[in-house]
Ligand binder design. Structure first.
Ligand SMILES: *Cc1c(COP(=O)(O)O)cnc(C)c1O
Length: 449
């Protein structure tokens, strides 16, 4: 047993050490070699050493080097070494965090990680949080709670009487709402055709001067951290308008909420604490291993009412509630341990520095590419940059050739009808040298006709 575990640790360490010298996207040959995994289901079990060796020899080269410093696609964190190590140890514990009796240590560490995060993001005192797989499930959990709470305020008991026959609920979103929120709403029975859309400004922010008249049970979905521009909805103004009508305000803050931990970015998220629920990721900007997100709700009793299973005789419950009463899952891994380790390792200063450094490096991308004659399409306020290399087809060509060239990896998007390269600086490992190497590669590719 100890040989196979040490071997895996050695291979993982070598993998991470080699990341800066390999192409960011895997080679075509490495992807083709994945066919070697297409073997028949073995009749007899095989040796552990052989399985781990094959995983490393075939699998590692076919990974995307997003754990390194030059991956700028989507919004992907790299996984800091200390939370990764904590994840390994917690993996060995293999604790189920559903009930405290199953794992006192997992319950305690998740509580601490949630508390620390609420403090760091300056969420209102007394919020109740829970650890989930990511921001999509955090959105789902928060919006399920919102649905129950706004119906309760209208005198309807959703947990008892269910959706059929419930009063209608108005759901308000911005025109730039993330697809993850739409998915969560759809899982909750809110059809896309029935949402009320608020127009956005040129940076994708909901326009506070275009909020509709609302009455009755209403949920308002705001966003801090637009995936293209990094911009923030004016949550404070939206909350004033929404709360006057008794509406619930939700914040999708997948990566943007972490701006509250960085003094120089904090103003972007002013008033975010006036919302009723918040969804965020730890696997993006906090650089915790996948998968890891958190949900916070001002009214913890509503969260428990929305998620709590009805009791069963063999499942103990306690006063302040068990973890499984606050998330859609019952059994799950103690993913909060990774977040606890990240927060302990970074401290307030380290989180602030990680966020600020990413933003400064995003600005460096924008400046360098502008100096080279290319157009930056957004106000760079956070860690997101969109660049045009000319006509749409030319930008597409540059994006796909940069991906193939291997120095770095960036994705593509469309902004106001124009094709753009999308650069997201979200990795703890990215240095200014990484940015300069990546910019040089982009310019090389752009000048190659
Ligand atoms: C990434 C992201 C999501 C989805 O998060 P997952 O962790 O992939 O579930 C939702 N909203 C925003 C703004 C995001 O950036």
């Amino acid at each position: 047993m100890s040989a196979v575990l040490s071997d895996a640790a050695r291979r993982a360490t070598n993998y991470l050490a080699g990341l800066s010298d390999r192409p960011v996207a895997p080679t075509e040959a490495a992807v083709r070699a994945l066919d070697r995994f297409r073997t028949p289901l073995p009749e007899q079990g095989e040796a552990g050493e052989k399985i781990i060796a094959e995983l490393d020899e075939i699998g590692s080269p076919a990974t995307v080097a997003s754990a390194g410093g030059r991956y700028f696609g989507f919004v992907i964190g790299a996984g800091l070494p200390v939370p990764l190590a904590a994840n390994w140890l917690a993996g060995a514990w293999n604790q189920n965090v559903a009930l405290e009796v199953m794992s006192p240590v997992a319950a305690r560490l998740e509580h601490v990680a949630l508390d620390w995060t609420a403090q760091l993001l300056e969420l209102p005192a007394g919020v109740r949080g829970a650890c989930v797989t990511g921001d999509t499930v955090a959105n789902f959990t928060a919006l399920a709670t919102a649905r129950l709470a706004v119906l309760e305020a209208a005198g309807y008991n959703l947990a008892q009487d269910g959706m059929s026959g419930s009063p209608p609920i108005t759901v308000v979103v911005g025109d730039e709402v993330h697809v993850s929120v739409l998915r969560a709403l759809s899982l909750l029975g809110f059809g896309r055709g029935r949402l009320q859309h608020v127009p956005v400004d040129e940076q994708g922010r909901m326009r506070a001067d275009r909020l509709p008249a609302i009455e009755g049970p209403t949920i308002v979905c705001t966003q801090v951290g637009n995936v293209n521009t990094g911009s923030f909805d004016p949550v404070a103004e939206i909350a004033t308008w929404a709360h006057a009508a008794g509406a619930w305000v939700h914040v999708d803050g997948a990566f943007g909420l972490w701006a509250r931990a960085a003094p120089r970015r904090r103003a972007l998220a002013d008033g975010v604490d006036r919302a009723d629920s918040w969804a965020l990721d730890c696997h993006k900007w906090l650089n915790v291993p996948y998968d890891s997100g958190m949900v916070f709700v001002r009214n913890g009793a509503a969260l428990r009412a929305a998620m709590g299973a009805s009791s069963a005789a063999y499942l103990p419950t306690k006063g302040e509630g068990e973890m499984m009463e606050f998330t859609p899952e019952m059994s799950r891994r103690a993913r909060g341990v990774d977040a606890w380790a990240a927060l302990r390792y970074l401290g307030r200063a380290g989180v602030a520095d990680l966020v600020e450094r990413s933003c400064v490096l995003a600005q460096r991308f924008a400046d360098r590419l502008q100096q080279a004659g290319f157009r930056v399409l957004n106000d760079v306020v956070l860690n997101q940059v969109m660049v045009s290399f000319g006509a749409d087809e030319e930008t597409s060509r540059v994006v796909s050739e940069v991906q193939r060239e291997g120095t770095c990896w960036c994705g593509q998007t469309v902004w106001h009808g124009r094709t753009a390269m999308r650069i997201s600086v979200s990795s703890w490992a990215t240095t200014s040298e990484d940015v300069d190497r990546s910019v040089a590669a982009m310019i090389r590719v752009a000048h190659r006709e």
